[in-house]
Design a protein around this ligand. Sequence first.
Ligand code: PAF
Length: 277
Amino acid sequence: MEVGGIQALRRWRAEQSGRVGLVPTMGALHSGHQALMTRARAEADLVVTSIFVNPLQFGADEDFVQYPRPIEADLQKCEEAGVDFVFAPALAEMYPSAPEVRVVAGRMGAVFEGAARPGHFDGVLTVVAKLFTLIAPDVTVFGLKDIQQFCLVKRMIADLNFDIELIGLPVVRDGDGLAMSSRNEYLTGPDRERALAIPRALDAAADVAAGPAEVEAAARAVLEGAAARGDLEVIYLSLVDAADLRQCTPDFRGSALLLVSANVGGTHLIDNLPLEF
Ligand code: PAF
């Protein structure tokens, strides 16, 4: 496995002829990321994982500085997952100066996570576009936990004509049902148990064999119960059309997503459930 920044990547990439798969990450890797790498391995001859904590997608009051950066453990996990090249550029290499020209995520980037984190998705899409240009992958694998990010990357690939196949891997969960996330490390003491209201709300929705309004109400009852006990603060809960992230009407038919975000003891968690009506 090779590890390097832009120069080493360019040299390595010029020597490769096989199909290249990319798994973009910000590090603090867990088995959910390794599942993405394993999938990329199955789809391509060579796998590149990028590890870069992208300042453009963090708000001024967010955790860019504190974001975990366990690089040695991350490299070990990449090695275990059979990654061929770890692209780990320095901040100054990726952004020698603050970029003037950026990708704008548009309406789909201004709702849900985008409403809570203005500019977040512009930052995500800008760095993903840079990674696509630098690495020139044939296929890229993203986790479906960050479903809004996935929808926006899909839209960017279409709108900006990137010739890249996008694969979404279903949410990987811990044994207790909590979606794996690098931010789960911040859940201390009883907060881990409190956070389980999120997968329970999704389970409640999955168990309802009825229309969009009833499904959303089932999840809301669980989350609002947890909020009333002081276990968490609901940031949003919404059933949306998977194609454009617009709220489902009561007579909606087609592929939908139940989106949830909550604050548990200061930790911002997201989860979702795909549904068909
Ligand atoms: O999902 C992430 O870890 C990040 O948003 C990504 C796609 C690596 C861009 O920084």
